[in-house]
Write a protein that binds this ligand. Sequence first.
Ligand code: ADP
Ligand code: MG
Length: 442
Amino acid sequence: MNIGNTVLEMLKDEVTEVEYDRFIKQLNYNARSSKSDIAIFDAPNQLVANWIKTRYTQKLEQLFELKTSFRVVVKIQAKKGKTGSVKNSATTQTSSSENIRQNTLNPSYTFENFITGASNQFAYSAAKSVSQKPGEIYNPLFLYGGVGLGKTHLMQAIGNTVINHGKNIIYTTVEQFLNDFTRHLHNNNMDSFKSKYRQCDLLLIDDVQFLSNKIQTQEEFFHTFEELRNSGKQIVMTSDKPPKKITGLEQRLQSRFEWGLVTDIQPPELETKIAIIKKKCEINRVTLDNDVINYIATVIDNNTREIEGILSKLHAYAQLMHQDITLDFTKNVLREQLQEKQNSVDIDSILKTVAHELNVKPSEIRSKNRSRIVVYARRVAIYLTRELTQLSMPQIAQYFGMKDHTAVSHTMKKINSLFENDEEFKIKIDELYNKISSSKRN
Ligand code: ADP
Ligand code: MG
């Protein structure tokens, strides 16, 4: 059995039978396109791909790591030809690592598919200008704003435009940049790292807030930045906050990030949200009545990222239950999701409760303190955060001042093994878990 199928088998034990039969079963490991550090799975269409992507990517990556002891990036892709996308040609070749990187551009993240309103008009116009004259106007372009407001979409829209002009582009997250750096360093191959990044015409680097406190990555990124910019190559960055607010960011980087144009994206107005949902329906070929669309727009807060998840859920349920997607049906399907959201806990209150219970200071938990009790408290807090919030491993790592997400997954493994051997420990954690989740509900 190949590694992909082995991992899928392992996943089977970790999800419910229903989840497995409905979704995971539809995945096929694409051995031909996968590489030693990238595992590609094909899903029958974009909806199923999105559904699986948001829920199981991290789990799959953990299972790969468990099985091979290497870190592998998992990609879930829809089989070609199912979406209305125009740029599939950019993603059909998979032979070189160059193309793998280009693959990470979502072909539906285009300017055409981006809905504008007062909240994002300026950022949109700036991105559009940059895509037309890369390296000539705003360099770097720095987009910031809250989660799900379309930063990655806009950034990739620049990429999708520029790629069509035959330019060489790299889209990367800070995390991938660091992985790439470490791998090349490890293989004694720094020249190839340098030339790879420095030969691109457009560097898109997503979520640069994760540079926070990563001295070595900052150092390497600084040199890449300098060389690209000095040779007139375009750099685009996104972040959840403006450069000034990124803690532990070297002064020289902060000031360079502000050299070009720094612009924010605000939460969308209701009409913009409605238009975004309509656009997503169109792209994913889902038909919804206006009352259903309006209802979704009011329940999703500002995080537009939830839309695709909601659409795939509705679509899947409606198909399985042979029902139309009426407003009542929608409310029923989303009830569980809303409940979850109301009950979700914020990381600060987890920190506070754990610190209080274990008699350490919250600041100690977030520090590099290695004393036994603090390490213990940190582990517990990380475990509970992972269980009780929607935060990703890199986000958790950053909050607790850890190096990267592997430290978090290591902690999770550690706690799980403690569970197996120590009944009392498990009871204690359960107690804390209930305490935190019920305090939120009252
Ligand atoms: P961010 O990077 O800011 O967290 P994303 O770019 O990932 O957010 O956007 C989340 C989802 O919402 C994506 O599917 C994106 O296409 C969609 N989206 C956000 N804003 C818009 C918009 N103005 N028009 C169309 N889709 C949008
Ligand atoms: Mg993003």
